[in-house]
Design a protein around this ligand. Sequence first.
Ligand code: NAP
Length: 165
Amino acid sequence: MDAIVAVDLDWGIGYQNELLFRIKADLKRFKDMTQGQVVILGRKTLQTFPGGRPLPARVNLVVSRNPSLVIEGATVCHSRAEVLTAVALYPDKHVYVIGGSSIYREFLPDCQHVYVTRVQRHQQADTFFPDLDALPDWRCVRSEPVQEENGLLFNYLIYEQAHRS
Ligand SMILES: NC(=O)c1ccc[n+]([C@@H]2O[C@H](COP(=O)([O-])OP(=O)(O)OC[C@H]3O[C@@H](n4cnc5c(N)ncnc54)[C@H](OP(=O)(O)O)[C@@H]3O)[C@@H](O)[C@H]2O)c1
């Protein structure tokens, strides 16, 4: 399993349950990578999607402690163990952890790679991804050239977890 995240220079990922940035090229890349695959997301991140609906053309595993939550077009999982059981049903699909903060932290040990979009800004944030540069098990194995969209500079990085490579 891998994670995909867009961060600012301080590893901020969200503010008031919204994304910090909307970069069309990055959203398209996210769609291209995850389409047809399995995505794992927290219940709060689901709320940030259009209409609060799961992502189309993907297996959505939504994590919530609410035992009575039912979401059309998604499987609700109530624990990390339930997520891992559900993931095992899709051995031919790639599995992406897509946030938010609590879900990234919970599943980071299970991830082999993290696909990071790093936006060259210090943005106000209240939710963060773990600083992979400060974690001894993680190293950056690829850094693509900086791009620009509507004045925002960003680049794509890939981090790899040592004992999972
Ligand atoms: N920049 C990015 O790439 C990116 C990507 C995704 C999200 N985000 C941002 O991240 C923020 C949301 O992150 P967040 O950490 O506040 O929320 P979150 O991780 O999306 O969802 C948190 C919810 O997940 C459920 N949950 C978490 N751990 C669980 C467990 N072990 N067992 C069962 N349920 C569990 C709980 O749902 P219940 O309350 O229903 O029990 C909890 O309230 C937003 O600002 C969003 O825009 C950014």
